[in-house]
Design a protein around this ligand. Structure first.
Ligand code: HEC
Length: 170
């Protein structure tokens, strides 16, 4: 918890007999966003007691208050790894959401796709290798924000979606 804010994703932790703690970071992705991987993404750290006081200590941070996230942030967190931040997807695995007939079409079909996931559908003559997972664990408001975001970005032009419509499609 103390380090993840500074160092990203942490993986294995090992305590050796003299009490030193080793841990590794794992910030590389099989499906990297632009600008990744970075040079210092994956490193093994050692924690060792010392009397030398750091000029720049890492101090515990208070847990952040939960603030509602925007459609853009939610899209980035839940959809961006596959459909990419620019909505262009990644052939032959993930279809683009940009100019997608489904995204611009009936809100009911779009909401059901986000809630239930999708697989083996042919989209514009292409069968995609991946499957789309279900996002029914997200709140109605969150799905409405994501749906509205993708319907009004990436060259798409469709009406926004509200939380009541999501609820009535559950
Ligand atoms: C793990 C990868 C993955 C994630 C994460 C993901 N999707 Fe998908 N999505 C897919 C795949 C693969 C398909 C195509 C599935 C098929 O038809 O075989 C797809 C299809 C779609 C389609 C249909 C596109 C069309 O033109 O018919 C929409 C809309 C969509 N996803 C929206 C979303 C949204 C919104 C999110 C985030 C809440 C999301 N996806 C997260 C992989 C993903």
């Amino acid at each position: 918890m103390l380090f993840s804010k500074y160092l990203g994703r942490l993986r294995s932790v090992l305590v050796v007999p003299n009490g030193d703690v080793y841990f590794s970071t794992s910030n590389r992705d099989w499906n990297p966003q632009p600008g990744f991987p970075r040079l210092k993404d994956d490193i093994i750290y050692r924690l060792h007691p010392t009397n030398i006081l750091s000029k720049d200590p890492i101090l515990p941070t208070k847990p952040e208050a939960k603030i509602a996230k925007s459609g853009k942030e939610l899209y980035k967190a839940y959809c961006g790894s596959c459909h990419k931040e620019n909505g262009e997807g990644l052939a032959p695995s993930f279809p683009p959401l940009s100019r997608s007939a489904m995204v611009n079409g009936s809100e009911q079909i779009l909401i059901k796709t986000i809630l239930n996931g999708l697989s083996k559908k042919e989209i514009n003559g292409t069968k995609y290798e991946g499957a789309m997972p279900s996002f029914s664990f997200l709140k109605n408001e969150e799905i409405a924000s994501i749906a509205t975001y993708i319907r009004t970005h990436f060259s798409n032009q469709a009406a926004s979606v509200n939380a009541n419509s999501v609820q009535s499609n559950r």
